[in-house]
Design a protein around this ligand. Structure first.
Ligand code: GTP
Ligand code: SPV
Ligand code: MN
Length: 583
């Protein structure tokens, strides 16, 4: 494919080429020939290193610049005409200022480089929910990742047809200087400009930039939801199938939950994955909420992935996978902290330096990742390519909290559920640069991803209630409560099935519950702990609601209510009053 037929695309590509002045322009078609050729080019350029092809066919390692290993929230901007529309939780830059500033950086930046034009679809081809994006990039690593993460190439251009309705994404690594790193979103222009980074969420523009930041803006405008949520299917031994969507902040367990294998005590229960990071949800003709996964692959956290925690993720990365910033073994295989078996005596660490067992440094970067095609997933749900999506029975919000927040609870109603999601706190992780382990408010796990005023976002959530005749129930979970010695009290991973079963039973109206000031919680014995090494006392602590701790939590929520004061919907302020009076 040497020529695009779409005149709007051609015009824009020409404009960008005039600004960036590449030596060559390559239109990506997504073919196998193209994958092989660009992979070889990346190997020749030292961008990729082949791994042991017998052990991991089609797998390669990428080491990013050590200063470029995570999302950069302080360099991420929402560029709306009015500052108010970006809201109090986003960095704002005026569109003109951003276009001028980044335009200066982009000017001539592709001299001596090839400019790749990457058309892609977010969502199943032909789905009314699917959006088309085109990413222009000078990074062959981005092209190879995009072809795993999205439905990329000719199929996307074909779906676009003659339309002008596509996201214009422009990316250049420049020289990877952190001083020249900016991730700018122009929701009003359906445009993204990203420069100075080569890492994940900063540069795979279909993912966080389009599917969440621009997506959430489109969702508000068009009446749907773009959320940082996994989607999974649960089938009971009787063959009843339900779907749930769950929002956990970055590196807080979405991939793990989306692929989990139920414990032996749950014979006959089956979990299938629709998506592990992003859900787009709209109201169906039947009044239910229907969800698609706009992505086509997994950009998953490597450390902690083992046969014990997530065997299905390990199967996903057996072939045709790109690894970023993991460690390697002497025989050219991958390694990371938390992998099964003994720690190898010697490794090459994520920076490419020799590493010896017992070293205080981590061998793999804590935010090292794999990019794997979703077709590798042994428990991939049958409906992933269904243009209608799947009907959602329950929405789950979950943070990483070592104290205070109980294992599971159910909201009293939609508005209360929105309040639970909006006020959620979570400890920060390595997925973004900055300090790790600090509790911050992370509304709906969308703090870094909401592309407009977060108060308007809450209002959107509240207003959708009247449009969803058969709304999913809303739950909150916490897998991360710790004991006095700092050990996780709940076994987590596959054992989360025990909590999920209660959630499904509640959502389908099969069981009762106990009322507390916070919401409905499982009655004693409703969470099956058979076969777990968990004392009744530990279970009591995990599900305990301590009024003193919740008074303190309530104060912490002020941080959010103060910050968002100007745009906070009255209905959430009311929820807050109701909660305080119940407490
Ligand atoms: P992003 O891709 O950044 O959005 O992350 P994610 O939400 O998909 O997180 P992921 O499933 O990759 O898990 C991140 C980290 O949390 C890994 O180190 C996991 O081992 C750990 N983790 C996941 N689930 C559990 C759990 O149930 N209990 C505990 N203790 N840790 C978990
Ligand atoms: C996250 O940080 O939530 C991710 C990884 O899923 S990234 O694509 O880098 O945003
Ligand atoms: Mn994520």
């Amino acid at each position: 494919m040497s020529n695009a037929r779409n005149a709007h695309v051609e015009k824009w590509v020409k404009e960008v080429a005039e600004m960036t002045q590449p030596d060559a322009i390559e239109w990506c078609d997504g073919s196998e020939e193209e994958r092989e050729r660009l992979t070889q080019l990346a190997v020749d350029q030292g961008v990729l290193t082949p791994l042991n092809q017998e052990k991991r066919p089609g797998c390669y390692l990428h080491r990013s610049d050590p200063r470029d290993v995570a999302r950069v929230e302080h360099l991420t901007f929402i560029c709306t005409r009015e500052e108010r529309d970006a809201g109090p939780t986003n960095n704002w830059m005026a569109p003109k200022e951003a276009y001028d500033k980044l335009g200066g950086l982009f000017s001539g930046c592709m001299k001596g480089r090839t400019m790749y034009v990457v058309p892609y679809a977010m969502g199943p081809i032909g789905s009314p929910m699917t959006k088309i994006g085109i990413e222009i990039t000078d990074s062959v690593y981005v092209v190879l990742n995009m072809r795993i993460m999205a439905r990329m190439g000719a199929q996307a251009l074909e779906m676009l047809g003659d339309s002008d309705d596509f996201n214009r994404g422009l990316h250049s690594t420049l020289d990877l200087d952190p001083e020249k790193r900016f991730i700018c979103h122009f929701p009003e222009d359906n445009t993204i400009w990203s420069c100075g980074s080569g890492y994940g969420g900063n540069v795979l523009l279909g993912k966080k930039c389009l599917a969440l930041r621009i997506g959430s803006y489109l969702g508000k405008t068009e009446g749907w939801f773009a959320e940082h949520m996994l989607i999974l299917g649960v089938e009971s031994p009787e063959g009843e199938k339900s779907y749930v969507a769950a929002a956990f902040p970055s590196a807080c367990g979405k991939t793990n939950f989306a692929m989990m294998i139920p414990p032996d005590e749950f014979k006959g229960w089956k979990i299938t994955t629709v998506g592990d990071d992003i859900a787009w949800m709209r109201v169906g003709d039947d009044g239910r909420l229907w969800a698609i996964n706009p992505e086509n692959g997994y950009f998953g956290v490597a450390p902690g992935t083992s046969n014990k925690s997530n065997p299905n993720a390990l199967k996903c990365v057996e072939k045709n996978t790109l690894f970023t910033n993991v460690a390697t073994t002497p025989d050219g295989d991958v390694w990371w902290e938390g992998m099964d078996g003994d720690v190898p005596e010697e490794l090459t660490d994520w920076r490419g330096n020799p590493w010896k067992k017992g070293s205080k440094e981590k061998a793999a970067h804590p935010n090292s990742r794999f990019t794997a095609p979703m077709q590798n997933n042994p428990v991939l749900d049958d409906a992933v390519d269904d243009p209608r999506g799947v009907p959602i029975s329950a929405i789950i919000f979950g943070g990483r909290r070592s104290t205070t927040v109980p294992l599971v609870l159910e909201s009293f109603n939609w508005a209360h559920g929105v309040y639970l999601g909006a006020t959620m706190g979570s400890e920060t992780t390595a997925a973004a640069t900055g300090k790790v382990g600090v509790v911050r408010r992370d509304p709906m796990a969308m703090l870094p991803f909401c592309g407009y005023n977060v108060g308007d976002y809450f209002a959107h959530w509240l207003s959708m209630q009247s449009k969803i005749a058969r709304p999913p129930r809303i739950f909150q979970v916490n897998w991360f409560r710790q004991d006095a010695d700092g050990k996780f009290m709940w076994p987590g991973f596959g054992e989360n099935m025990r909590v999920l079963k209660w959630i499904i039973d509640r959502a389908e109206g099969r069981v009762g519950a106990r009322e507390t000031p916070l919401g409905w919680v499982p009655d004693e014995g409703q969470i099956d702990t058979q076969g777990l090494d968990l004392s009744p006392e530990a279970m009591r602590q995990l599900t305990e609601i301590d009024p003193a701790a919740w008074k303190a939590e309530f104060e912490l929520q002020d941080e959010l209510f103060d910050k968002v004061a100007d745009s906070m919907p009255a209905a959430l302020k009311l929820q807050r009053e109701l909660f305080l009076s119940r407490l």
